[in-house]
Design a protein around this ligand. Sequence first.
Ligand SMILES: Cc1cc2nc3c(=O)[nH]c(=O)nc-3n(C[C@H](O)[C@H](O)[C@H](O)COP(=O)(O)O)c2cc1C
Length: 168
Amino acid sequence: MKQSISADDAEDCFSGFPVVLGTVGGEKDNIITLAMCHVFSFRPPYIGVGIGPKRFSHHLFKESKDFAVNIPDRNLLKETEICGTKSGRRVDKFEAAGLTREKAQKISAPLIAECPVNIECVKVNEVDAGDHTWFIGEIVAARKDATYDKADMLLYWGEYRVIGDMVK
Ligand SMILES: Cc1cc2nc3c(=O)[nH]c(=O)nc-3n(C[C@H](O)[C@H](O)[C@H](O)COP(=O)(O)O)c2cc1C
């Protein structure tokens, strides 16, 4: 038997969204932990990240022509939490989390060397949707560790998880 639930409870029914570390360059570079990340188009290849306007990163993403989506794995949980709780307003998160800046091939934003996947995006659109702005970018370059395993990717929605059984 089903019961009516609130909008908050409805949003809470999702099990988890992929956790990524967004990086951006500009007058000051920064890292932000994001669970709002989605593929928006296959051809052309667009992915987007949702950032709240109160975040320091919001204005950096607004000002920048490009950004990167770096995928951490379960071994980078501590670093992911640091980048999702500290603000670039006050700290250099590369230093605070012990992460290494790596030069991108095609964009100005730095990449995170420790992340097994780095995706370089040139911004193509910005969509204000309620309390988040979606920054959508075209993938112009990407790199992946030969040993990358999706099963080690972090998911988050109130709690951190990794993916479970494959059912098909
Ligand atoms: C697991 C996790 C997921 C998060 N997802 C988002 C997100 O999708 N969008 C967002 O705006 N903030 C998200 N946050 C919060 C920001 O990462 C956090 O407020 C961060 O400190 C902002 O950094 P900044 O002030 O340097 O921009 C998330 C935090 C965590 C720990």
